[in-house]
Each structure stands twice: as structure tokens, then as C-alpha cells.
Design a protein around this ligand. Structure first.
Ligand SMILES: [Zn+2]
Length: 343
């Protein structure tokens, strides 16, 4: 089997205040995308809820107790992060979808899996909800993969925002590699090229920060010269993608200029590494993406890259060369050369 999608129409049940960008309509986009792939013969499965054991691998016990107390009520957890009475249950389902995706792939039932979830996860810290995120879905997935026997897990985060929670959870851990491309400086403020991990984990955090306006050519350079060589040297047993689509040029929050095809190219490039290192095992878990049309088209391109026979990525051309993008890549290489062989 090739790719499986983890999907539920229940992800629309998590309500946010009027005007909030992380809105239930995003889940309706997932419904449309899932139905399109179902008609093409792709298997769609419903997620189960994550258990306390799954969550406690990356979150603090007292934090889990606090979040569980929001069950059945509306609460403001930080200036951007709200619960509705349904949120707790739906957030458990989002983390559970990431767990299910990992089990499908690690168990060999499928080569790749995509968990289409909300709320997103990568800003959630070990003991703090922030940036629309309650539980760090991709971190929970990485921890579960290791519990399932993966020795090394790579997480590549192409959301426009830096995944501060994921970085902090694993920054001292040399068995989990975290690579992020993001707009910088920007929310949440972390993700400078010099942030390369701590202690034994030094070198296993890779940040590729871009100025506003970065184009597909900049991402291609960052992938070809940094992300892909580091991944090949790390040799993961499973590759996770924090698949945010808010680096799209139409996104109302982000200021980068990717196209849906660029998300397809990035996903295909990552799949290429996975084919070399870990029999093509890729799990993507959705993060941001706030223009509904761009979200649907980009997610579709990412799924297509995982579903189709492998082919070298076809990066779209914006026709704009960016000296600032090249400078960002040079800066990241300088910070990472003590740890990785980079040309
Ligand atoms: Zn984002």
C-alpha cells in the first residue's frame, strides 16, 4: 500500500472565537481533500484519541491535568489559543491521528501517512499552550515512533512559523533531528540560525530562517544545500513532516511566497531522502495554513507527492533570485558546519 490519510469530520468541532484564523472551516477543507483522494482509491481511516501515556512522553503531567480541566468549557489559554467545550476531546483526536499515522507506517501497512488535523501542534511547549496549539502532535508522533522501535526520527517543519515547541522538546536529544524553514524574525520569535541544539543534542536542531518575501528558489537552495544533506547524514528510521501551508503566498498570516507546487516539491524532496534512508517511510501531520483555497491546493500537492511513484522534485520557478535567501542559507551552513559535512 502507498499512502493512507487519517481524517475525521470531527476536527470541525473545535471552535475558536469569531475572526480567529484557525477556524473550523479549515477542517472542511480536509473533508474535501479526503473525499477527493477516497475517490482515487486512497484509504482513509478515522483516528483514535491519544492516551495520557502518549501525551506524557512530551508534555508535563501538571500541564496535562490543567488542559484536561478545559474539557467541556471555553477557556483562553494564551492571547491566541482558546478552547471551546469540544476542544479537549478534539485535541486528543489530533494527537491520536498523528499516533495512528506513525503506527500505520512503522507497522508496514503503508509507506506514508498524512494526518489532517486541527488544532495544530508545533508551538505547544512541554508545559505551555501557545499559538493555537495545545498538544504538540508531531512531537507526540516522534516519541511514539521511538517507542515503536525507531532509533532516529527526523522532523522537517515547513510551516511559515518556527516550531518552538518541537525544537525545545527535542533540543537536547541527538536521536530526534528537528529541521525548520520559517519566516524570521516573526512569531514566535525563536528559530535563529545559531540555535543548533543543546548539550548532547548540539547540531540536531537545524534552523533555516528566511526574510519576508522568500520564494521557492530560496527553499530549493536551503533544501539542496542544508536540509537534505543533513537528513542523509542523520539517516532517520522515519521522517516526519510538520506540514504547515502558511508559507504560501496567499496566506493572510505569513509573508513568504511559496506556491502549492512548492509544497509538492518540498514533500517530494523529503520523500526522496526517505526512499534512500528508511524505505520511503514518511508521516505528515498538518500544522498551519489559513487561506482555505491555498490550504486545500497545497495539501493536495503534498499528498500527491507521497502517493505518486517517486520522481525527482519539480521546483516551481518564481523568476526572482533572492540574494537575501542565499545569505540566509550561508548563515545556516556556517552555524552547522561543526556538526555536519556541508559543501
Ligand atoms: Zn504557522
Amino acid at each position: 500500500m502507498s499512502v493512507v490519510l487519517i481524517h475525521s469530520d470531527r476536527f470541525a468541532e473545535h471552535q475558536t472565537p469569531p475572526g480567529h484564523p484557525e477556524r473550523p472551516e479549515r477542517a472542511e477543507v480536509f473533508d474535501v481533500v479526503a473525499e477527493r483522494w477516497r475517490r482515487r482509491g486512497v484509504e482513509i481511516v478515522a483516528p483514535r484519541a491519544a492516551t495520557r501515556e502518549h501525551l506524557a512522553r512530551v508534555h508535563d503531567g501538571e500541564y496535562l491535568r490543567q488542559i484536561s480541566e478545559t474539557n467541556g468549557r471555553s477557556a483562553k489559554l494564551d492571547p491566541d489559543t482558546y478552547t471551546s467545550p469540544e476542544t479537549y476531546e478534539i485535541a486528543l483526536l489530533a494527537a491520536g491521528a498523528a499516533i495512528d499515522a506513525v503506527e500505520r507506517v512503522m507497522g508496514g501497512a503503508h509507506r506514508a501517512a498524512v494526518a489532517m488535523v486541527r488544532p495544530p501542534g508545533h508551538h505547544a511547549e512541554r508545559a505551555r499552550a501557545m499559538g493555537f496549539c495545545l498538544f504538540n502532535n508531531v512531537a507526540i508522533a516522534a516519541a511514539h515512533a521511538r517507542a515503536q522501535g525507531a532509533r532516529r526520527v527526523a522532523i522537517v517543519d515547513y510551516d511559515v512559523h518556527h516550531g518552538n515547541g518541537t525544537q525545545h522538546i527535542f533540543e537536547g536529544d541527538r536521536e530526534v533531528l528537528y529541521i525548520s524553514t520559517h519566516q524570521y524574525p516573526y512569531y514566535p520569535g525563536t528559530g535563529a540560525a545559531e540555535e543548533v541544539g543543546r548539550g548532547a543534542g548540539s547540531g540536531f536542531t537545524v534552523n533555516l530562517p528566511f526574510d519576508a518575501g522568500a520564494v521557492p528558489e530560496d527553499f530549493q537552495l536551503a533544501f539542496d544545500q542544508v536540509a537534505l544533506p543533513v537528513l542523509r547524514q542523520f539517516e532517520p528510521d522515519l521522517l516526519l513532516i510538520s506540514a504547515g501551508f502558511d508559507a504560501h503566498g496567499d496566506d493572510p498570516l505569513g509573508g513568504l511566497r511559496l506556491t502549492s507546487d512548492a509544497f509538492g516539491a518540498m514533500t517530494m524532496a523529503l520523500r526522496g531522502v526517505a526512499e534512500e534512508c528508511c524505505r520511503g517511510r514518511v508521516v505528515a501531520v498538518t500544522e498551519g495554513g489559513y487561506d482555505l483555497r491555498a490550504l486545500g491546493a497545497s495539501l493536495d500537492c503534498a499528498i500527491a507527492a507521497l502517493h505518486a511513484p517517486f520522481a525527482p522534485p519539480e521546483w516551481p520557478r518564481s523568476g526572482t533570485s533572492s540574494e537575501r535567501g542565499a545569505a540566509a542559507v550561508r548563515e545556516a551552513k556556517a552555524a552547522l558546519r561543526p556538526f555536519w559535512h556541508l559543501t
